[in-house]
Design a binder for this molecule. Structure first.
Ligand code: ADP
Ligand code: MG
Length: 308
């Protein structure tokens, strides 16, 4: 090592250009506000030590610190994307290491939270719905009040009852469901959100691969179950009684909340549920409605049709 170093020194002495650019870089590094700040906190670092570690200081200076020069993780300009440099002084030594930057941590947290929403067949715009976008107007204050109460209470403990949100086509029921799901995932609850016709299809297809019990269990046990658009798809008495009935029964017993949206109020839904391919079964439909009442509070959502 020595011969190389002394050779290098000799070469540096000879090479004036190198000397000047070295001095320029040194000045540039020492003038950098972040470096100045670091050195001010570490008066024990002599200029000899600084010179020895100038390359690390230079690297530190050139990197974006905790996203100060980056707009997004994808636009991160650091040598290791998503990592931010950290300088430490220890026993006359200067150490440069890297830690995850804010944007990377944010993204990881987001990914983690997104996993909490098991959403089957919901459009992307719904998964991005925000409660702050749900415009508060006279038609909605009642429903929104109940939603906000639920969210507030969830910070302590999940309420036993969710909401039965009903109202006509296009008033924003599904959107509101998505916004609620997004708020709840921040509290790290697991949510399964499913569009009812797909729920029926999913369960029926589970016979082919023996995953029926597993799937039904999944809907029974999620912290929060959201069933979107309950209504006319219930031609199967078997699905109504053995699947929906048993999922609701389980959740009722365990005090696990359910959110349901529907174009029908509960009386109308009862009529819908009573008519299956088996004929009219008022009592069985009434049983489902009773369970829905146990796991939800019903609230009407009105307003204009927002579909364009
Ligand atoms: P519903 O489920 O009641 O039939 P949707 O939730 O599907 O109605 O809403 C209809 C349309 O209006 C959708 O395109 C949805 O994204 C949009 N929408 C609903 N509520 C809002 C809102 N508060 N802010 C922005 N867009 C909304
Ligand atoms: Mg809808």
């Amino acid at each position: 090592m020595k011969p190389i170093q002394s050779e290098l020194k000799a070469w540096m002495k000879k090479n004036k250009n190198f000397q000047t650019s070295y001095q320029n870089i040194r000045k540039e590094v020492l003038d950098d506000p972040s470096i100045k700040h670091f050195l001010a906190n570490h008066p024990e670092l002599t200029s000899e030590i600084i010179d020895k570690h100038l390359i690390k200081l230079y690297e530190y200076k050139s990197q974006s610190k905790q996203c100060d020069r980056c707009k997004s993780l994808g636009g991160c300009q650091n040598m290791i994307q998503g990592y931010s440099p950290v300088l430490e002084a220890d026993n006359n030594d200067i150490r440069l290491s890297y830690e995850k930057c804010h944007k990377r941590l944010e993204e990881e947290q987001n990914e983690q939270q997104q996993k909490l929403i098991q959403s089957l067949y919901m459009p992307k715009e719904i998964l991005q719905a925000r409660i702050s976008d749900v415009i508060q107007d006279e038609h909605r204050s009642n429903a929104l009040g109940k939603v906000l109460d639920f969210l507030e209470a969830s910070k302590q403990e999940l309420p036993k009852k969710g909401l039965y949100l009903y109202g006509s086509f296009g008033v924003g029921k599904t959107y509101l469901l998505g916004a609620i799901a997004n708020e709840l995932k921040k509290l790290e609850y697991s949510i399964s959100l499913i569009y009812m016709p797909e729920f029926v299809r999913e369960i029926k297809s589970s016979f082919k691969d023996d995953s029926f019990n597993e799937k039904v269990d999944f809907f029974k046990k999620a912290d929060i179950l959201m069933l979107d658009d309950m209504g006319a798809e219930m031609q199967s008495a078997w699905f109504r009684d053995e699947v929906l009935g048993s999922v609701l029964q389980y959740r009722m017993m365990e005090g696990l909340p359910v959110f349901i949206t529907s174009n029908y109020d509960l009386d109308q839904l009862e009529q819908e549920l009573s008519t299956t391919r088996n004929g009219v079964e008022q009592v069985k439909a009434g049983r489902i409605i009773e369970r829905i009442k146990q796991v939800t509070t019903d609230v009407k959502l009105s307003g204009p049709n927002r579909r364009s």
